[in-house]
Design a protein around this ligand. Structure first.
Ligand code: NAP
Ligand code: 8YV
Length: 333
């Protein structure tokens, strides 16, 4: 590793996994600010910062045009997370800044969580455990038979990408039929493809959303989709909360339009709407899809490996599509 990396300044705005921070501190010249806020960027940072490593979801704020414009020498934004809705990647791409994310290293963990959440929701595992802990098994007898079962269900995946496929493979092994909706069918994939989300929802009784949070997916799971899923329907969201019309979901749970929901993500984290907290037949998790020590460390490593590869080799390991063609200025001539 070239020793001049120590002279490359990398800014960490807000909280980031400690393993990333430690490695950045050992490898680069690390500067930190409390949160993602252009007002905290000093003149010295303006002049020196060439890389940024951040977890917008944890640090709060968004890495948007104002923040990036305040760092005129920034070449790379290394995002902690495969979802990069906290970074304006299009603006970055248009201004010669590469954005990286952390795909693949979390895929299997998030798929495990999705399947766990699905089963917990359908078989009421959290409520059954509470029954035992409250002494009601001894006092009142057996926990009720769960009205819902995974047996005989048909699965619809909204977002058959890396994680969607890992979820599908698991549920296929459970003996369940799989269908999906993406904007385009996945070449060579044998699962039934539906051209619209509504067609998919109407064809299945279990909808698992794992699409990124983008303008094209915003509030895509709305009252119409939930009505198409129907009264035995179960909805699981492991993707992004912004893809769901949350008031419509709470209403659909309250009036029996669908049967149950398992949610790991919410539109305004960590704030969970009261209507969802009160809705019947829900299992709600605090965005823990990838949250094991093992997987978060792998994500933290990939954040730093992207920075090292960029500054040593002139290429990022996992650039997002909007910035995949960007090369360092000094290599372009
Ligand atoms: P990916 O491989 O890029 O897959 C995303 C899939 O969504 C693609 O198949 C894409 O297909 C589809 N898609 C995108 N926009 C769409 C649209 N408007 N309509 C229909 N389909 C659309 O990403 P991944 O690695 O599987 O990750 C997916 C997302 O999961 C991340 O972006 C992140 O938001 C979320 N996530 C959550 C957690 C958690 O802790 N809960 C952890 C990791 C990731 P087309 O391009 O063909 O449409
Ligand atoms: C992380 C995620 O919890 O990778 C993603 O897109 O949602 C999760 O793995 C999140 O990015 C942490 O900030």
């Amino acid at each position: 590793m070239p020793s001049d990396l120590e002279s490359v300044t990398v800014l960490v705005p807000g909280k980031l996994h400690q393993h990333s921070v430690d490695r950045i501190g050992r490898t680069f010249r690390l500067v930190e600010i409390e949160r993602i806020d252009p007002a905290l960027i000093t003149d010295e940072m303006k002049a020196s910062v060439r890389g940024v490593a951040a977890s917008p979801a944890i640090g709060g704020g968004m890495i948007g045009p104002e923040f990036m414009a305040a760092l005129p020498n920034a070449e790379i934004i290394a995002n902690f997370g495969v979802g990069y809705d906290g970074v304006d990647a299009r603006w970055a791409g248009e201004h010669g800044i590469v954005v990286t994310n952390t795909p693949d290293v979390l895929t299997e963990e998030v798929a495990d969580t999705a399947v766990g959440l699905l089963i917990a929701t359908i078989r009421e595992l959290p409520k059954a455990e509470a029954w035992l802990r409250e002494g009601r098994w001894r006092g009142d007898g057996n926990y009720r038979l769960s009205p819902l079962t995974l047996r005989g269900r048909s699965i619809g995946i909204f977002g058959m990408g890396r994680i969607g496929l890992a979820i599908a493979r698991r549920l296929e092994a459970f003996g369940l039929p799989i269908a999906y909706h993406n904007r385009r069918p996945v070449e060579g994939l044998g699962y039934a493809y539906h051209r619209t989300l509504k067609d998919l929802a109407a064809a299945v009784d279990t909808l698992i959303s794992v699409v990124p949070g983008t303008p094209s997916t915003a509030r895509a799971v709305n009252a119409e989709i939930l009505a198409a899923l129907g009264p035995t329907g179960v909805f699981v969201n492991i993707g992004r909360g912004s893809t769901v019309d949350e008031p419509a979901l709470a209403a659909a749970l309250a009036d029996g339009t669908i049967a149950a929901a398992g949610l790991d993500v919410f539109a305004d984290e960590p704030n969970v709407p009261e209507a969802l907290l009160e809705a019947p037949n829900t299992v709600l998790l605090p965005h823990i899809g990838s949250a094991s020590e093992h997987t978060r460390r792998a994500m933290a490593d990939l954040v730093v490996d992207n920075l090292i590869s960029w500054f040593c080799e002139g290429r990022a390991l996992t650039p997002v599509p909007e910035t995949a063609k960007i090369r360092p200025a000094r290599h372009s001539g």
